[in-house]
Structure formats: C-alpha cells, structure tokens
Design a protein around this ligand. Structure first.
Ligand code: ADP
Ligand code: ZN
Length: 612
C-alpha cells in the first residue's frame, strides 16, 4: 500500500470497487481500525468480510483471519488477489516449501491478510512466528464454532482464548451468522470480548423471496419452478434421503437441467468433483442431503428448494440462507405436505434422545409447520422467531404478501373432518378419511362399512385437494394429531373437543390454484429494491451471455471460480449500462482499480462488439 495512509472510503472504492458501506460496516471498520475489539453478528451475505479486510489494509501490519473452512479460505484469497491485495493462506494443504514462503512473507511485512486454520495458528511455532511479525488485527470468522452448545463446535476454537493473553494489544474481531443469545454469550466469554461492543445486524435477508407451496407432485412442481423462475441458474435442492437425492437429480437431468447429486453415500472423489463443478461452473443445480452446504460460500446461488421439511426454523433459515449471498433477488422455495409432518414426527419419536430432547424437537417442528401454514407474511413470522420485529404490513417479497391467500371460516369444515376421524375410530390416514367425506365407494370404505356412517359423503362441497389442505392445517393447529406409530393414522387431541362443540374458532387458508409460480413471478417493489443499483435488470441479453461466456473462459484459464473473476451483479451492471469507456466501467460496483487494469480493455471491446 502507499506511504501516506489512504482513507477507508477510498480503499473501499479502489480495492473493492464499492461506493458505500452497508449497514454497520462503517462503524465496525472505524472501531477496529482505531484498535478496538468487537463482536459482529450479521446474517450470511451481510458483508462480514469487509469488516476485517478493510481495517487490515488500513492498519499497519498483516490481518490474521482464523477460519475453519479451508475451501473458503482459498476462494477468499483468490478473490483478494484479483483485487490486488497481498493475501495468503496457511493450512494443511500447503507443502512445507509453500508454508515456509508464506511465513517469510509474513515476517518481511509483505502480507496484508493471512488466512490461518485454527489448529495451525495454535501451534507453538506459528504463535512465536506471529510474535515476530507485525499484526494488524485478529479476525475470528465463524466464531460460533467456539460454542460447545452450538451446532458446529470445533474443539480447536477453544484454544483461541490464547490470542487475548499473548497479543493483548492487537485488536480482535469475532464474526458469526449464528444469532442466539447463548452462543453470543459464550463467544464473548471464551474470546475475552465481554467488554467489547457487539454489533448486531438485522437477520432479514430482503433479497430472498420465501415461498411454501402445497405438495402435489413435488417433482413436477420443482421442475416448473426451476423452468419458470430460475432457468439456467445455480441452485440447491434439499432432500432427506440419499435415494431421493439420486432420484430427483436423475429426473432433473432428464428434463434438461444440469443437476448433480451430493450425499454421504457417494465416494469422496465424486462428492468433491460435484461440489467443485457447482462452485466453478455457471448454472449447476446440486441435489443434496443436508450434508451439503456448510462452508459453501458461492455468492450467486439463485435458489434453495426443499422437497422435504427441515427439522426446525433454525435449519430452514440456515439452509435457505445459502441463496443470494450477493444480495441479488433469489428464492427459497419449499413444497410441503401432511406426510412431511408425519415423517419428521416419526424421526423424532424413533430417535434415541431423551424425553426432554424429543419435546424440544417437537416444539421446533411445530414452529416450522406454523411458518408453513401461516396465511400472513412469512418473513415477519421467520424474524419473529429470532426475536426480531419487522415493520407492520408485511414484507412484500414472500408468497403470502404477493398473492395473499383467502382465509375463510372453517368451523363447519373442521367439524366434519373431526367427526369423520371420530366415527371411523381414529385408525385411518388422510386418504381414507377424504374418501369417506367425499362419498367415494372404495373397497376399504365398503369393507369397514363406512358408507353406512352419517359422515359418509357429507363433504362433497370440497374436492380432495381442499380436504387435504384443511386436514394439514388442523394438524398444524393441533386439533388433530398424526400418530407416527400407527402409520400416520389421524387422532383427536385435547383441543378437538372445543372445535367439535363449536366453541373454538377455526380459520382456514384457502388453497391457491396451482399457478402460484406464475402468479408471483413478477418483481415486487422490495424485490427490485433488493436488486443491485446498476439498473436492476440483467440488461442486454446478448451482452449478458457474452460476458458470462468470457468470464467462464477466464475462470477456467486461471483456475478460480467464476465469481472470483466478476460477481453476477457486476456482469448485470455491465450488461445494463453498456460502458464504452474505462471510466464508465470503473463506475460499476465490483470494478476496482485492479480489475479495471486486468480486464478493462477486454470488457469494453466485448461491449462494443456485442449488439445492443
Ligand atoms: P458474509 O461473509 O457476511 O456472508 P460477504 O462478506 O461474503 O458476506 O459479502 C457478501 C456479498 O456482499 C459479497 O458479494 C460482497 O461483495 C457484498 N458486499 C459486501 N459489502 C458490500 C457493500 N458495502 N456494498 C455492496 N456490496 C457489498
Ligand atoms: Zn411477506
């Protein structure tokens, strides 16, 4: 860097190609640059890296970044190198010679940023090396790994308490996207940050559109969702079992979608290959069990689809959060049905956990089912679960806000259903109950004499799909219970009585006609707001395609992921504004001095040669 210290804002622009801070970034950068410690809680994609990268450039010496995710370190360093920052990694993937060279550069004051795996950092040799070097700051990324009660405990993180003792004068910043109070306290205690300020960003991900649809033929629904909303774009599809992963990946491929499976049953080489292709190529859809995703930092994942219900709202938030890290409009889409509730309940019942554990698990599942069944804003409900309040009136970027479901008085419908359950002896599942209600003379109905019951055919005013939806909502409300031990037989609950006696009000959400994908395809006000400032849309399609092809080629030549060369939002910006001069190009977010120097001429030539 130059002799006179540059200002933060000028570095933000010249190195990162950005014009303004986002949220609390400015305050955090100032605090850290002035030598203060802090804890930062920010959702995925919130812009955590800038919070320590910029102060590392501003302060004298090298910023040491502790991260448990080796693949992620590599990509971050590649991205920084593209922007002209002297960055390196120190982890087990280096040869002794390579490691030695990195150490030499550190001591020589040749590095702005060094990414280190925690187990490496804690080696006596590494610590004494750091004592000889000039250190700008310590950034502890994924700081929740220090929490023993969290979902991702890493024992080596405990040892990081040594940083405060051995380097009391070097500022420390701990960052995480895990927000709960307990984890936060534990991080502060273990990393000696109890007196440091804690910067908490909103956990809202405004660019993600939440949609939860009624499961009919899930695979066809998924295919049309991808075809109509995200053709040719990168996405993750989550399924519960390995067999289903293979099945779905195969069907998507048959439908012409570039889909790859990922699950623990595949050998390590295949898994690594599929993961690499997903990260490096454009528009790959990965179909996976939840084994996939941890440590995947791909910014341009345009959708996350769930074909099975996650375990809890936390899991749903984390998994859907892998979409749209780059801030561009993205979708979190889930198809869900009654069988999902039954399946998850069975998994809890059959687990070996204690009764207390099972109770907590059931509570978490219920909260998620509540989110799936709500007729109100999904985002409000989601954030409320994390203790955050969203302004009134809904978000304008979830299915319920965009096409509000009709809510009707469901008292009579509920009574018919509950009496049908009662009269048939609380021994049957959804399908048979619906047959009885709509008066269908199946073999089973005749066999059990259910055509003789007073409830036979009393529900002809609704079709099967509507009954199914009503049934699921009654389960979600707790007026019916799916008994996992009796193969999903539906049983009455304590609260059923109130409904049957007409004392409890029941409001049911009407099922939207199956065209929801299309109905909410249009960009909402909020969806547009969430888009990048460079014109919002993708601009000239021919130029857009040419830019992407150019980027793939450069990425291939250099052996880095496409997004390390240019982010999608930068490609969109170029396609939308068609810059024909270097200074016009420099005005686009993501184009800093180095990118301009390396790619400027080529990009401008591409703009000029590709028809408007
Ligand atoms: P996190 O580590 O919190 O998941 P990142 O640091 O990877 O998030 O940033 C997510 C995305 O946001 C990146 O594409 C980054 O370039 C972008 N970003 C970060 N800060 C800003 C900003 N001030 N203005 C515009 N884009 C930003
Ligand atoms: Zn909403």
């Amino acid at each position: 860097m130059s002799a006179t210290p540059p200002s933060a804002l000028s570095l933000l622009n010249s190195v990162f190609g950005l014009t303004a801070y986002r949220g609390a970034q400015e305050e955090i950068v100032r605090h850290l640059t002035e030598g203060g410690n802090c804890l930062v809680l920010m959702p995925t994609g919130g812009g955590k890296s800038l919070c320590y990268q910029l102060p590392s450039l501003l302060r004298e010496g090298c910023g040491i970044v502790v991260s448990p995710l080796i693949a992620l370190m590599r990509d971050q360093v590649a991205g920084l190198a593209e922007a002209g920052v002297n960055a390196a990694v120190l982890n087990s993937t280096l040869s002794p010679q390579e490691a030695f060279e990195v150490e030499r550069r550190l001591i020589a004051g040749d590095l702005d940023l060094l990414y280190v795996a925690p187990e490496r950092l804690l080696m006596p040799r590494c610590l004494s090396l750091l004592e000889q070097a000039r250190i700008a700051l310590f950034a502890i990324d994924e700081a929740h790994c220090v929490s023993q009660w969290g979902h991702d405990f890493r024992p080596e993180y405990i040892g990081l308490s040594v940083l405060a003792e051995r380097f009391p004068d070097v500022p420390r910043i701990a960052l995480t996207a895990t927000a709960d109070e307990l984890t936060r306290k534990e991080i502060a205690e273990r990393l000696s940050l109890t007196d440091a300020p804690c910067f908490v960003a909103s956990f809202d991900r405004p660019n993600i559109r939440y949609e939860i649809v009624d499961k009919q033929n899930a695979l066809n629904q998924l295919k049309s969702f991808i075809a109509e909303r995200h053709p040719g774009e990168a996405g993750i599809v989550y399924c519960l079992s390995r067999a289903k992963v293979e099945d779905v990946a195969g069907s998507l491929r048959d439908a012409g979608i570039a889909a790859l499976p990922y699950h623990a049953g595949l050998d390590a080489a295949t898994r690594a290959r599929h993961q690499d292709r997903f990260i490096n190529e454009d528009g790959i859809v990965i179909v996976a069990t939840i084994a996939f995703g941890m440590g995947i930092d791909k910014p341009d994942v345009r959708f996350v689809a769930h074909l099975d219900l996650p375990k809890s709202i936390e899991a749903y938030y984390q998994e859907t959060g892998r979409a749209g890290r780059d801030g561009k409009p993205s979708s979190a889409w889930m198809a869900y049905g009654l069988s999902d509730i039954v399946q998850q309940r069975r998994m809890i019942d059959e687990s070996t956990g204690s009764d207390a554990f099972k109770r907590v698990s059931i509570g978490k599942l219920d909260a998620l089912v509540g989110l799936a069944e709500t007729a109100h804003c999904r985002r409000q409900r989601l954030l409320a679960y994390f203790g955050e309040e969203l302004h009134e009136g809904g978000c304008g970027n979830c299915d319920n806000c965009l096409s509000p479901p009709k809510v009707t008085d469901g008292k009579v419908v509920a009574q018919k259903l509950l009496s049908c359950v009662y009269r048939t002896g609380q021994r049957f599942g959804a399908m048979h109950l619906i047959d009885v209600l709509v008066g269908r003379l199946t073999e089973k109905v005749t066999q059990f004499g259910h055509d003789k019951l007073s409830v036979f055919g009393v529900g002809r005013e609704l079709n099967e799909k509507q009954w199914r939806a009503a049934l699921r909502q009654l389960v979600a409300m707790g007026h019916l219970r799916a008994d996992s031990e009796a193969f999903g037989a539906l049983k009455l609950t304590e609260s059923s009585r109130g409904v049957l006696k007409g004392e409890t009000e029941v409001w049911l959400r009407e099922q939207a006609a199956g065209t929801r994908n299309r109905a909410i395809r249009g960009n909402s006000r909020r969806g547009q707001l969430a888009a990048q400032p460079n014109g919002g849309g993708k601009g000239d399609p021919a130029l857009h395609a040419a830019l992407k092809a150019w980027r793939s080629e450069i990425a291939r030549q250099r052996g880095v992921p496409a997004y390390v060369v240019l982010h999608d939002s930068t490609i969109d910006g170029i396609a939308a504004t068609r810059p024909e001069t270097l200074s016009a190009l420099r005005g686009i977010a993501g184009i800093g001095d180095k990118k301009l120097e390396h790619y400027g001429e080529e990009l401008i030539a591409l703009v000029r040669s590709t028809g408007a």
